[in-house]
Design a protein. Structure first.
Length: 367
């Protein structure tokens, strides 16, 4: 009986979620285009993502919320979709609209609701993003001033330390737990022209666990990406979670620049994580989808100049100079990125697709 009740409750919840979306205000879907060869229905598979499913149905996948008839709050807290669910695309009053069907599933009486949430498919593939969810740190001017500090190791004979070594740390807060991250200041994050500081980056060095709390705590280093030194700082390790926001276009125009690509390289492609020069202060949100553009260098115009010829009499009365004119090609769209983490003045995004290499200096704009 409990099994039937849980199954019925799941049916009701699915129907209510779809009904709520259908009544969540008018959708801005007039310009939504269905993808060529879109299926009538699709059964969700383990390993799918919301983005991947939307690409099967829509030419512009970031308009998924419009087709679901989601309002702003539903975009931030989307209904959950599970493997085995059937997604279909219908046309209602001339507008495309998604519908969700869920087959009856026999659940054990001991099954917890939270286990269903863990099975729900994410917005985008999380595996490549996990190291970026909490470990990179960009702060304001104060940086790591108030962070716990490594004062020395168990032995004074060694300058550097690594996994398995014990260090003594000042400023560990017992209330923050026993698992901590180790950081080192890495310098300022500046605009492309170097004229403005957007934040201060701290480099992730490893993880550590407190063995004994005190005014000077005993801490064992559990992992390290490079040598740990006296003076390095420590912060409580936050829980690594990827907020499952549905991809959506910004409500206001965005014209950001890509500052960095992975590993300080010159270019990246699909799956690469980039840093853009706008953050939460500029209205950037987790879930924003931005179009990547490359500005092409203006090309010299071979046609006769429309500007007046200048006679350079101080060189030679017969010398003339015709100013060069240039024509600028239209900016070229080279990909899409999904914002998955924001700071005050910068954000991290993952490249969802690309037709050309993505480079620092490229633009990230409202699609």
């Amino acid at each position: 009986m409990v099994q039937h009740f849980i199954t019925a409750l799941r049916h009701v919840a699915a129907a209510a979620a779809v009904a709520a979306m259908a009544s969540a205000g008018p959708a801005q879907a007039q310009d939504i285009q269905v993808a060529d060869g879109a299926p009538k229905t699709y059964t969700v598979q383990k390993g799918d993502t919301l983005w991947g499913i939307s690409t099967k149905f829509l030419k512009e996948p970031w308009k998924w919320p419009d087709v679901w008839r989601m309002n702003r709050e539903q975009i931030k807290n989307p209904h959950l979709i599970y493997p085995g669910d059937v997604v279909s695309l219908e046309v209602v009053q001339g507008k495309p609209q998604f519908a969700l069907a869920r087959d009856a599933v026999q659940l054990s009486p001991t099954t917890r609701v939270s286990s269903l949430d863990a099975q729900a498919i994410p917005s985008i593939p999380p595996n490549d993003l996990e190291p970026y969810l909490t470990r990179p740190l960009i702060t304001g001017a104060s940086g790591l001033y108030d962070a716990a500090q490594i004062l020395r190791g168990r032995s004074d004979e060694r300058v550097v330390r690594g996994a398995g070594d014990v260090v003594y740390v000042l400023g560990i807060d017992r209330k923050a737990g026993d698992f901590w991250y180790i950081y080192r200041p890495a310098g300022a994050v500046v605009t492309l022209d170097g004229t403005e500081v957007l934040g201060y980056e701290s480099k992730f060095l490893g993880t550590a666990r407190v063995e004994k709390f005190g005014e000077l705590s005993t801490v064992r280093i559990e992992s390290s990406t490079e040598e740990i030194q006296v003076g390095d700082r420590m912060l409580p390790a936050p829980r690594e979670t990827l907020v499952n926001y549905v991809p959506h276009a910004p409500e206001k125009p965005v014209n950001a620049r890509i500052l960095r690509v992975p590993y300080g390289g010159l270019e990246t492609a699909r799956g690469g994580v980039v840093t853009i020069d706008q953050g939460s202060r500029d209205g950037i949100e987790v879930g924003h989808v931005l179009a990547i553009y490359r500005v092409i260098t203006p090309i010299e115009d071979p046609r006769p100049s429309r500007q007046q010829t200048v006679i350079l009499r101080f060189l030679d009365p017969t010398t003339v100079f015709t100013p060069r004119e240039y024509v600028a090609p239209a900016d070229e769209r080279t990909g899409l990125l999904f914002v998955f983490r924001t700071f005050d003045r910068v954000s991290f995004g993952v490249v969802l697709n690309s037709t050309d290499p993505i480079r620092p200096g490229d633009y990230a704009r409202t699609p």
